[in-house]
Design a protein around this ligand. Structure first.
Ligand SMILES: Cc1cc2nc3c(=O)[nH]c(=O)nc-3n(C[C@H](O)[C@H](O)[C@H](O)COP(=O)(O)O)c2cc1C
Length: 331
């Protein structure tokens, strides 16, 4: 039976234990999206504490997909150099790295992205009020290509893997959710059509990276809302994401966001989602949500509810969380 301190070895990646730092945006860039000294210090301190996999915060693949003004960017080649320093810093500190690729879709404001936000339809996700512009069918191909270009930059920068953001009301989640996707072309309507964009993005990225490069997908496995995506459908979607080329599924919330008000204080609030998805796929699954207690984190692994545990806010508060957790469990 594996525990939190045991390695996870797949044919594409070796993780020295089961602790993941999940992507957490810090808005520490300039408005041009570059890496700076603060990013290096921030990620180094968590990596040095013994985290196996550091997933760098959501990085926008194109200006229309930018969520906040000082978000990290991966939308232009000039950013590769800074990203290379960041990937190298994480590696030198002893962790594997991923970078999360994002198009915010309608989960932004015109003030932040510099245009009317775009989405599958003119329905804003919850907590947003600005009506998005529905993407025309002919615009979607360019977005897919842009994801692949961002993947090329991530690989050129030396990241060990990529995480595609398909949760929390971002563009790919908006296409999958029947609440935000009211389209009547081949990208909307049936479950098959709503899944088309994420599958095409995964294929384009896979083609860009080649078969050996590990790809993670952060999947919003329930919107927790009427008319939204429910776990039953997510259990049918998850194996399709794997078939399309995903190596590790990172399970979080959908349109409800990453920290829904009524759940976000309880230890392991999205673990049941992760555990349910784990039962329908053969790839490793990351669980997240309110995890602060090392003993609880260990139990998620030993009880085989998930293969990896992501610890977000507790690691923001205490950069040494991983070191202390591993020492506590060893003692
Ligand atoms: C400040 C902050 C920024 C976040 N930014 C991102 C992000 O860039 N991408 C993402 O998928 N989730 C993001 N999240 C969600 C976290 O990755 C995580 O899923 C969430 O905080 C729940 O885990 P926790 O209870 O361990 O903090 C963010 C969370 C916080 C607190």
């Amino acid at each position: 039976m594996p525990s939190l301190s045991d390695p996870l070895i797949t044919d594409k990646i070796t993780l020295k234990n089961r602790i993941v730092m999940p992507p957490m945006a810090n808005d520490m860039s300039s408005e041009e999206g570059e890496v700076n000294r603060r990013h290096l210090d921030h990620y180094r301190s968590r990596a040095e504490a013994g985290v196996a996999l550091v997933v760098v915060e959501h990085s926008y693949i194109m200006p229309s997909g930018k969520m906040t003004k000082k978000q990290l960017g991966i939308h232009e080649d000039r950013l590769i150099e800074g990203l290379r320093t960041l990937a190298g810093t994480i590696r030198a500190a002893g962790a594997m790295s991923a970078i999360q690729l994002t198009h915010a879709g309608a989960n932004t404001t015109s003030d932040a992205c510099g245009c009317q936000p775009v989405g599958p339809s003119d329905v804003p996700p919850p907590r947003r009020t600005e009506a998005p512009r529905a993407l025309e069918t002919g615009e979607i191909g360019a977005i897919i290509t842009t994801y692949a270009e961002a993947a090329r930059r991530a690989q050129a920068a030396g990241f060990d893997s990529i995480e595609i953001h398909g949760a929390h009301g971002f563009l790919l989640n908006e296409f999958v959710s029947p609440y935000t996707n009211r389209r009547n072309d081949e990208y909307g309507g049936s479950a098959e059509n709503r899944l088309r964009l994420p599958l095409e993005v995964i294929s384009a990225i896979r083609e860009q990276t080649g078969p050996a490069f590990p790809l993670l997908y952060r999947f919003g496995a329930s919107d927790f809302m009427q008319e939204g995506l429910a776990l039953d459908e997510a259990r049918e979607i998850a194996p399709r994401l794997v078939e399309a080329g995903i190596d590790i599924l990172d399970i979080s919330g959908g349109l409800c966001g990453s920290r829904p008000k009524d759940l976000a204080d309880s230890q392991g609030y999205f673990v049941p989602l992760a555990s349910s998805i784990k039962s329908v796929v053969s790839v490793p699954v990351i669980a997240v949500g309110g995890i602060t207690d090392p003993v609880y984190a260990n139990s998620v692994i030993t009880e085989e509810k998930a293969d990896l545990v992501a610890v977000g806010r507790a690691m923001l508060k205490n950069p040494g969380w991983a070191r202390e957790a591993l020492a506590q469990l060893a003692g």
